[in-house]
Design a protein around this ligand. Structure first.
Ligand code: MN
Ligand code: MN
Length: 306
């Protein structure tokens, strides 16, 4: 069957690499799958694709009357605008179950692991399809990115096992060194505009009817943001107005010291303080140990907003 495989808006490396890896698997199984993306390729994903010499997914944002396999999300807020007119064939995801629904049965691979590419690795095993060397390389990088080189609380034994098997295929000897090389690329924020940074890894969430946007920048040293805080706040304020949002949160995550500096623009800062049991000073707070938006940020906000 002809289909597109595509991840969420503002694609991260998991969404980009999962579109490619799942398309490859589907094609091996006799389908005609094309990897697609809903937005620009970020510097980290660019590094991964260049390193393993793999072509980028096509840019495609409209799917009316098309067959679509979605990867790395199941929330309408992260879907193409016309998704209700698309024919959704299946979902591979590792987030909380979202609000996408279908009129017909679909193929679902949703599990609480650290990365969509871990699930896709297991799909290759299930169908007994070999993974080519370069494809294994980008799948490995996607897992290292999503699990912050195993440091994220979302990382599971299955993710570690998948990376070890993929590294063998990709002939990567030092997995953590590859991960650090990637995060150093990700940490290069100089020269990027505040809007590029706020939205580089950004998601909107519907929290009991309130629109809440959460961005995250993972770096090896928070001092890269020292001169940028005011500009980041200004842009968050603009973004909040543009989208009629209740709150915008930006997490500046230090992957070495394992914690996040939280920047908040909100109609009600006290709600955010309550969610994280913290005090905001100049609309900022440091949250020790917080690395994962999915596991350590979103659930606490949803609870407070409900
Ligand atoms: Mn993602
Ligand atoms: Mn993911």
């Amino acid at each position: 069957m002809k289909m597109y495989v595509c991840g969420h808006t503002n694609p991260d490396s998991d969404s980009i690499c999962a579109a490619i890896s799942l398309s490859y698997l589907k094609n091996q199984l006799g389908d005609e799958a094309t990897p697609a993306r809903q937005g620009d390729i970020n510097p980290e994903s660019r590094f991964i694709l260049d390193k393993f010499d793999i072509e980028e997914p096509i840019l495609k944002t409209a799917y009316k009357n098309e067959n679509l396999f979605i990867v790395d999300y199941s929330d309408l807020a992260q879907a193409p605008k016309d998704i209700k007119e698309a024919n959704i064939l299946g979902i591979v995801d590792h987030h909380k179950l979202g609000d996408i629904t279908t009129p017909t049965p679909l193929e679902c691979w949703i599990r609480p692991v650290g990365c969509s590419n871990t699930i896709i690795k297991e799909m290759f095993d299930y169908y007994k399809v070999d993974i080519p060397k370069n494809l294994a390389g980008i799948m490995l990088c996607a897992i290292l990115s999503d699990t912050v080189i195993y440091k994220s609380p979302t990382c599971t034994e299955e993710d570690i096992k998948a990376t070890e098997e993929l590294a063998k295929i990709a002939e990567v000897e030092d997995i953590k060194a590859l991960g650090m090389e990637m995060f150093l690329v990700k940490s290069a924020v100089k020269g990027a505009t505040p809007r590029e940074l706020v939205t580089r890894d950004y998601k909107d969430f519907d929290m009991s009817g309130k629109k809440v946007g959460i961005g995250q920048l993972e770096v090896v040293d928070l001092s890269v943001f020292d001169d940028m805080i005011d500009d980041l706040f200004k842009d968050m304020e603009a973004l909040k107005e543009e989208g009629d949002r209740h709150s915008i949160l930006l997490l500046l995550t230090d992957i070495i010291n394992e914690g996040s500096k939280l920047l908040v623009i909100s109609d009600d800062e006290s709600l955010i303080e309550k969610a994280f049991e913290t005090k905001l000073e100049n609309s900022m707070s440091y949250l020790p140990g917080v690395l994962s938006r999915k596991k350590q940020v979103v659930p606490f906000l949803e609870k407070i907003f409900s």
